[in-house]
Structure formats: structure tokens, C-alpha cells
Design a binder for this molecule. Structure first.
Ligand code: CA
Length: 219
């Protein structure tokens, strides 16, 4: 899912239409506060398209917040009404992955979205043996039959291999703030995920447990 934060209805419609026509699922919000709320709810989007000038604040503030939180690896494309170099540099410094100045062609945006998603998925595949194509994941060329939650866990771990992800971070990213989930929930799903990975590639055991800390994905 792609989250689109844009307060101009005409631009939002054009962008959402162009992306949906290419098969992407788009959720549109017009306020920073709405976007913050949505980003705290699972499942996390695969990519964020972020307008800078918003009725309740500055889009780049959200970018900065994201980079300091559990969604720090979420790919972000910034849209700006001004083609000023300053915005571009600032956007990239604050952690945006790409930048488009308005007016832009929807086609150009779709191409950037594709490129960014490919880049986000290609890096871990090279180091871990996983290949991710939308919701289809394979390990060493063998397709994995994962549940939605297992897929969520795995893609989150894949976004930052070799980094320890706490159970809280994983709960936030995959389950959101639903009350009935606990640390045990994460452990249970990691266990079934591990079993499936072992079946596909018995010699690998890519998910490592760090006692009292959480889990990491090792190449
Ligand atoms: Ca705007």
C-alpha cells in the first residue's frame, strides 16, 4: 500500500489515479495529523508520498519523525510546489529518498515509485538470499507460503538486515496498536516463520534471537 499525503485534491486525484491504474493500492490523507495516525496503524505502507506544504504543518517534519522511529526505512518521495534547490537539499537531508517538484507528470511519479520500491527490496535480497516481489517472497529461489503477519514480520526484518528489532518495534510495525497483541504474539509468529524458512532452505537459519532484545535477520 502506498500512503499519499497531499492536501490539493486535484493533485491527489491525479496521483492516486495514475498509481491505481498501474495496480498499486493507494490510501490518501490530506492532513499531517491523519498521516501520523495512519502510520501508527498496521499494516505499515510500503512507501510514502509526502507533500511539503500542508494545512496543519510542514511535510518534512513528518519525514524527520519517521527517520527516528520504527518506520525509519520506509521509502519516502517528497512533492514540493517550489522547485527551489533548498527544498530538495533539505528533503534529502531529512531522509527523503526522492524528490519531485510540482508540476510533475504522473507518469514520472509512477516511474520513481517503481524504482524506489525496487531499490528498497533489492538491497536485502542481495545479502540474504531472499527475493521479494510484492507479496511473493522466495528464499534461495524457493517460494515461501507465508501468512500476512509472517510476511509483515519478514519484510520488516528485511528492511534492515543485521539490525536488532525489538518485539515492541515489530508489534508496532506489523500489528499496530491493537490491544490483544503481546510480545508472545511476535514470538509465536517468528516461530512459524522460522519453520517455513527451514523448510525452504534447511542450511540457513536467517532469523537470530537476541535474548531480552529481539530479533535480527542475518545473511
Ligand atoms: Ca500542499
Amino acid at each position: 500500500m502506498i500512503l499519499l499525503l497531499e492536501d490539493d485534491p486535484a493533485i491527489a486525484d491525479t496521483v492516486a489515479f495514475a498509481l491505481r491504474r498501474e495496480g498499486f493500492v493507494v490510501e490518501h490523507v490530506a492532513w499531517l495529523s491523519e498521516a501520523r495516525g495512519r502510520l501508527r496503524t498496521a499494516p505499515a505502507p510500503e512507501l510514502l508520498i509526502l507533500d511539503i506544504g500542508l494545512p496543519d504543518g510542514h511535510g518534512l517534519d513528518l519525514c524527520r519523525e519517521l527517520r527516528a522511529g520504527p518506520l525509519q526505512h520506509l521509502p519516502v518521495i517528497v512533492l514540493s510546489a517550489r522547485s527551489e534547490e533548498m527544498d530538495r537539499v533539505l528533503g534529502l537531508e531529512l531522509g527523503a529518498d526522492d524528490y519531485l517538484a510540482k508540476p510533475f507528470s504522473p507518469r514520472e511519479l509512477v516511474a520513481r515509485v517503481r524504482a524506489l520500491l525496487r531499490r528498497a527490496q533489492a538491497v536485502p535480497a542481495a545479502v540474504t538470499g531472499f527475493s521479494v516481489d510484492g507479496t511473493r517472497v522466495s528464499l534461495d529461489g524457493r517460494p515461501l507460503n507465508l501468512t500476512k503477519l509472517e510476511l509483515g514480520l519478514l519484510t520488516h526484518l528485511l528492511r534492515a538486515p543485521q539490525r536488532i528489532h525489538s518485539r515492541d518495534t515489530l508489534l508496532d510495525a506489523v500489528w499496530g496498536s491493537s490491544a490483544e497483541s503481546t510480545d508472545r504474539t511476535v514470538d509465536t509468529h517468528i516461530k512459524t516463520l522460522r519453520a517455513k524458512l527451514r523448510e525452504a532452505a534447511p542450511a540457513r537459519d536467517p532469523i537470530k534471537t537476541h535474548r531480552g532484545l529481539g530479533y535480527s535477520l542475518e545473511p
